[in-house]
Design a protein around this ligand. Sequence first.
Ligand code: IPM
Ligand code: MG
Length: 356
Amino acid sequence: MKITLLPGDGIGPEIIDAAVEVLNAVAEKHGLAFAYDHQLIGGAAFDATGSPLPEATVKSALQADAVLLGAVGGPKWDDVAPALRPEKALLGIRKVLGLYCNLRPIRVSRFVSHLSPLKKERVENVDLLIVRELTGGIYFGAHKEAATDENGVESASDIEIYSRPEVERIARFAFEAAKGRRGKVTSIDKANVLASSRMWRKITAEVHQKFYPELELNNLYVDNCAMQLVLNPGQFDVVLTNNIFGDILSDEASVLAGSIGLLPSASLGDGTGMYEPIHGSAPDIAGLGTANPLGTILSAAMMLRYSLKQEEAAADVEAAVEKVLKKGFRTADLAGSGLTVVSTSEMGRLVAREIV
Ligand code: IPM
Ligand code: MG
């Protein structure tokens, strides 16, 4: 199985190395053969080649069975032209691979639930899945960079645009996901203000009526959703959102789990899938060996499940992570009294060792 590895920037290389250690243990146990192809992306690629998304990277990803990404970006590239920013590479690869669906599952392990900023009893039963549209909306609508008009007034704009097929396919994805869960979809919009949201709500209701009448559909305005996520996060099963609302709400929801370092994601389309932790490149701790690799390791588990169709191996990785947490091993972000603090690579090795 061909896996393209894109370590990227900041802590990216360290967390990818830890995930590879776990994948190698999985390969050994389940008799799988992984062929890794390391490629550049983001600031690292820009520094080496002048482009944040080199042709070789795109080629490797298109030919792979799956892509595992660390993180991109950092202050070093803050002044780079917009089209060459590291983040642009992420949007670019999502687009070329046609990854219109981003899955961000949020479950709270009982071993870390006390680290949540919310009261334990509020987060204990949290098990939600954010289904975020990933290749449309304001991220990909026309961007007009700041410019000064004849009156000397500076303005800039970004356009939020969705087509019917884009909304239909992501809505169907959310309902399909809900089927295997608690059967409840909450669709997020700002239909009281935005035309694009009114269409989103209308089409989601049609898809529901036509194909999934047995499931439950609720609509929530995005501002209300932001509030409900901290008031009563246990109410959510599948949360269906557009690109920008999903970006914002998934960061908010990530803190429920105690540390953003624990959360995985999958980006899916009709071809190769891409997997990455939901946190960023954390340049402040890059190279120190203190980053938490569990979000990346759990992303590798999602890769085994969705792209490589190795459900048993995926479940093994998830169980191994729980075992290591249960034994009291923690990276610095999860440290606490009575616990053993380990480095990024040690954490990778500990999880790998539980896979026997
Ligand atoms: C994410 C990130 C990206 C996004 C950035 C880095 C472009 O925040 O994956 O959530 O906004 O999609
Ligand atoms: Mg984000």
